[in-house]
Design a protein around this ligand. Sequence first.
Ligand SMILES: Nc1nc2c(ncn2[C@@H]2O[C@H](COP(=O)(O)OP(=O)(O)O)[C@@H](O)[C@H]2O)c(=O)[nH]1
Ligand SMILES: [Mg+2]
Length: 253
Amino acid sequence: MNIGYFLGPAGSGKSHATAALYDWMNRVELDVITVNLDPAVIRLPYAPAIDIRQYVDYEDIVDRFELGPNGAIIAAMDQVALNIDEVIEELKNYGADYVLVDLPGQMEAFAFRGSGPLIISSLAQDNIAAGAFLIDPILCNTASSFISILLFGVSISYRLHTGMAFVISKGDLLKENRLIRMQEWVENPEFLMEDLRLEKNILNADLSQRIAQLVIENEHLSEFPVISSETHQNIDLAFAEFQRIWNSEDMFS
Ligand SMILES: Nc1nc2c(ncn2[C@@H]2O[C@H](COP(=O)(O)OP(=O)(O)O)[C@@H](O)[C@H]2O)c(=O)[nH]1
Ligand SMILES: [Mg+2]
């Protein structure tokens, strides 16, 4: 099985991208199913074949342990990890070629705790897995905020030991001039450095430059397609990014 999941901060568009990519893959007649691994989600924009809410009762965790939203999602993700073998068993019964896994909105509570790496490594065990980190344009209006998001993405990828591509989400909300500047940042880090220098409050220009080089000049991270789950613009490019990582993971397995 080829497994793909979208990563990114809460609200970056993971669930909607899962829905849009699922629709597109169905349309081109690929054998694909979706899995929801977010125990706290109330409404999903797609109908998952497997839904973790049938295994983990988020509301019950909140009530029973008297937890707030952060504590509850951490406790719930531990329960997801405890149930992951059953989910994988269910996945095997479907026998689909492709699986899109929708991860929890609160990425930090997932990735940096024990449960995230355990869930991802269990999924990747007999399968080929790939991540696509969604960059919400609203969160990177400035060069320094763009670098912060890229660092968060690299940190998540490092933590989850997963091959990952960067994808810009919500392309329909991205103004033409902002898009052009972001593309310039990615294609030529000199432009990024130029904008960093114009931001008066950056802490350390030298450090910023080295981070920009580390993240952007890594060729595996350099595609940056712009997708929209709203208009379905470039959803095929998100698939191409997954495919690129699946192929490279396959070479090393
Ligand atoms: N305009 C627009 N809104 C989007 C897009 N993708 C997601 N959204 C909106 O962004 C919000 C968060 O999306 P969601 O998929 O739930 O994010 P998640 O927390 O990462 O799973 C929702 O209100 C979506 O309607 C997009 O491509 N275009
Ligand atoms: Mg979601």
